[in-house]
Write a protein that binds this ligand. Structure first.
Ligand SMILES: Cc1ncc(COP(=O)(O)O)c(C=O)c1O
Length: 482
């Protein structure tokens, strides 16, 4: 006897499952900061709230975001110089990106495309290859920077084979938190007590002689993995001569060079890839962050054909490393295709170079004005770092003790204080760095103008003019008032 089914295939006569007490999208949009904090504490990560509070991030609820601005529920417009650590090259909700996504949805196009060839993924691969210099022609699509770096590490290791399976990485590197990428990430905090892959060899960043010595002393080394500009280390660059030396050394020894451009790529440095400033091309590279246009999760690994063919070029090896479920999703690819077009149509790479040079000059003038507070200004394009002086010994004893009770990390670091007060008093958001707590990282959208750069520089100048004691006491007052 046939049983009547409703459209979900559930027998119509069965008792429906009681719906759990779920919150709705409308509920989510209405939540108050205090409730969000409670939910984070109960269901996500309570410790994170402590850091959010130190930086004054905990009581801001963003209603809307557009261009370089967040619009908070309390009516404030916040200038975003954090930029999602480089994920917002196009600003928030770029109209062309929204339109491309809206159209894709209205046409009811498909997203999950594991069964058929994808016209969207293949077009995105073409665009990335078209932009990439030299022979960087083979593209693997991923959903995060870590996944793109996993793909980069794996293709290089697979191409080199088991006799050349050791991988050189740099001090203060950051390549992601999945286990392979973490194994080449030089962070005691993130490595924690995990059992990681043990084929890494660490060298100082930017030291060609050290890299040369490592490769000469160990014939098993087959790969070198380096961020072109180290972001997590506090915006650290190596000179062009270093990259030219890396290229020549790798050519001489048959070692493959993998360039991590997840943070510094996509035009942020004033060239599409930061390695282009040195006029050399790696064997493998990786993009993510802004590749998703600020609206979707897209990463990419790009390799030379010869490397790709050695790794996965035969029928037997073609499926060794295929895309994961969400690699190359339709709408995500369309978002990236539109984003790459915008990058050139709106001259955003030139804008990054131009506005970045203006901002850096303003920051250097501020450093000259406040040498006791600002130690260094570095970086290029719209990937800039401001290193502050360690004030742990110059602060009056009583205030120093008060600061020490707040958090260990704030002891000698002005960055947290300045970040908190820039947000509270000037409505400007900046980012911090993993390894050097005394560096403020600026990675604003590439759509900003010199006016935005001046707004930031004027605010920083005004804040620093308060002097270190007032900055610290203002911060302490802000903490007390919650
Ligand atoms: C240089 C670099 N590589 C890899 C990653 C990992 O990217 P994701 O956070 O998307 O996994 C990051 C993220 O900050 C990064 O900066």
């Amino acid at each position: 006897m046939s049983v009547a089914h409703d459209f979900r295939g559930v027998p119509a006569s069965s008792t429906p499952l009681a719906k759990p007490r779920l919150m709705t999208v409308a509920d989510a949009k209405r939540l108050e900061p205090k409730t969000v904090a409670d939910l984070v504490t109960t269901h996500m990560n309570p410790g994170v709230l402590h850091f959010m509070k130190l930086l004054g991030f905990h009581n801001v609820i963003v209603e809307r975001a557009e261009g370089p601005y967040y619009f908070a529920r309390d009516g404030r417009r916040i200038l975003d110089f954090f930029g999602g650590f480089g994920s917002l090259a196009f600003g928030h909700n770029h109209p062309r990106i929204l339109e491309a996504r809206r159209k894709f949805q209205e046409e009811k196009r498909h997203d999950i495309g594991m069964a058929f060839l994808s016209q969207y993924a293949s077009t995105l691969a073409f665009n990335i290859a078209e932009i990439s210099p030299g022979e960087l022609d083979y593209v693997f699509l991923a959903s995060t920077g870590s996944e793109a770096m996993e793909a980069a590490i794996k293709i290089a290791e697979q191409a080199q084979g088991p006799k050349k399976s050791k991988i050189v990485y740099a001090e203060h590197s950051f390549h992601g938190k999945t286990k392979g990428a973490l194994s080449l990430t030089d962070s005691r905090l993130y490595r924690s007590q995990f059992r990681l892959v043990d084929n890494g060899v660490k060298v100082p960043f930017g030291d060609l002689a050290a890299l040369e010595a490592a490769i000469a002393s160990d014939p098993e080394i087959g790969v070198v993995v380096l961020e072109t500009i180290q972001g997590g280390a506090g915006i650290i660059e190596a000179p062009a001569s270093y990259w030219q030396g890396v290229r020549a050394l790798c050519d001489r020894t048959g070692v493959l060079w993998v360039a991590d451009e997840v943070q510094c790529g996509m035009g942020r440095s004033g060239k599409f890839y930061a390695f282009e400033h040195a006029g050399v091309v790696p064997d493998v590279t990786a993009l993510a962050k802004s590749l998703g246009g600020g609206k979707s999760a897209v990463g990419a690994m790009i390799a030379r054909p010869e490397v790709f063919k050695r790794a996965y070029g035969s029928r037997q090896t073609a499926l060794v490393h295929g895309p994961s479920t969400f690699g190359g999703m339709g709408e995500a690819c369309v978002t990236s295709i539109e984003a790459l077009n915008i990058l050139y149509d709106e001259n955003l790479i030139e804008n990054a170079a131009d506005v970045g040079a203006h901002l850096k000059a303003r920051l250097q003038a501020i450093q000259e004005k406040y040498p006791r507070l600002v130690k260094d200004v570095r970086g290029r394009g719209l990937m800039l770092g401001i290193e502050l002086q360690d004030f742990s010994t110059t602060l009056p004893f009583g205030i120093r003790q008060l600061v020490a009770t707040l958090d260990e990390k704030l002891k000698g670091s002005l960055a947290g204080f300045l970040g908190n007060l820039l947000l509270r008093d000037y409505s400007i958001l900046v980012a911090f760095t993993e390894y050097n707590r005394n560096v403020i990282r600026l990675e604003p959208p590439l759509v900003i103008t010199k006016t935005h750069a001046d707004e930031f520089a004027d605010a920083l100048d005004d804040l620093l003019s308060r002097g270190v004691v007032k900055i610290v006491t203002d911060f302490l007052k802000a903490q007390r008032s919650g």
